[in-house]
Design a binder for this molecule. Structure first.
Ligand code: FE2
Length: 346
């Protein structure tokens, strides 16, 4: 049994989760590194600032140097990408050490907390659904197939649980409710520490996957975006663009051609390296580009010529494509450079 102490955490104590429509429709450059002045005073849960969101998925950013409270997201799975820093994801299933480039998949309603070693930069993708490997990479038995860009050997599960005997422990719960976006928060004070377990059974548990273990799929000519896909949720996909050999046909143009997003809003988070197609646009590590459905886009001026003859790229970026339109969170509005939509006019 748990004692409920809702008075300490109504939705008013959650980070601002309100959103505003992307109207008039604009492509945007959001500079996430401008959002935080260091990690002091922030943790990886309560410090998150909402960048973009809709009913299916919320994207947030945080720079944190404090241990988070115990936390349980009862709305959906979370995929937290570690841009930089190290620490430990402690969960009721056991612990997972993490470092730069890790995706941490935390299933819905997993009680956990984040312990940082110094400052950690993280990009949060919170689903209203589960987050799973792409269906086309799984056999009918649920195993990753041989043409998948990663396999079970690349996934790092939790170590064995530990026994804690603390009492009257607070657990922060994010749940469906009456707050902005249909989300509310409640703090439960539970009589026993939730990690006080000696074992568990079943097929649901958190795990880590490092983006450096993603084997890129390349070809003689430009490969379509699904080759970059790493996970999927309901009404969105997560892809990554990793260092790789580029198109090797003698007449290939390595940067992508101009395209319209017919089915999705496209959110690229640039982590490291030089992203060839965005040369000259001001985009660099820590940037987001939002290319919404209805917006045509392609390489920036001179990027095509600059890409001719290159054999490989060192770019590292995480992309979320959403099938329903995204709205701007407070951090999206606060980090918008205000001029990206005109950056092709050079
Ligand atoms: Fe695109």
């Amino acid at each position: 049994m748990s004692r409920r102490r809702s008075s300490t955490c109504g939705h008013g104590s959650l980070p601002d989760r309100s959103t505003t429509p992307n109207e008039p429709l604009l492509a945007r450059h959001l500079k996430l590194h401008d959002l935080f002045d260091g990690g002091a005073g922030h943790d990886l849960v309560t410090g998150r600032r909402l960048v973009l969101g809709n009913a299916d998925v919320r994207i947030s950013y945080v720079v944190a140097a404090e241990t988070s409270p115990l936390y349980r997201n009862a709305i959906g799975d979370e995929c937290v990408f570690i841009e930089d820093g190290t620490g430990t994801l402690e969960t009721v299933f056991g612990h997972i050490p993490f470092g730069p480039g890790d995706y941490l998949i935390v299933p819905r309603a997993t009680t956990h907390r984040w312990v940082t070693d110094g400052t950690v930069r993280a990009y949060g993708i919170e689903a209203s659904s589960h987050i799973l490997p792409p269906k086309r990479y799984l056999s009918r038995f649920g195993q990753l197939l041989e043409h998948a860009p990663y396999c079970e050997r690349d996934l790092r599960g939790p170590s064995e649980p530990e026994i804690r005997d603390e009492t009257d422990v607070e657990v922060h719960i994010l749940h469906r409710g009456s707050g902005p976006g249909g989300v509310s928060g409640t703090v439960h004070v539970v009589p026993q520490h939730p990690f006080d377990v000696i074992g568990w059974d079943g097929c649901l548990y958190p795990y880590a996957f490092n983006v450096a273990d993603f084997e890129p799929i390349t070809g003689r000519v430009h490969q379509p975006p699904p080759v970059h896909q790493v996970f999927e949720g309901s009404n969105f996909v997560i892809c990554n663009f990793v260092p790789r050999k580029v198109d090797y046909h003698p007449l290939a143009i390595p940067v992508p051609y101009f395209h319209s997003n017919v089915d999705s809003d496209e959110v690229m988070f640039y982590v490291a390296g030089n992203y060839e197609a965005r040369k000259g646009s001001g985009i660099g590590p820590g940037s987001i580009s939002l290319h919404p459905g209805g917006h045509s886009h392609g390489p920036h001026p001179s990027a095509i010529e600059a890409s001719l003859g290159i054999e490989a790229v060192d770019e590292l970026a995480v992309m979320v494509d959403t099938f329903r339109p995204l709205e701007l969170g407070e951090a999206g509005t606060a980090s918008d450079d205000g001029k990206y939509a005109w950056s092709w006019n050079q």
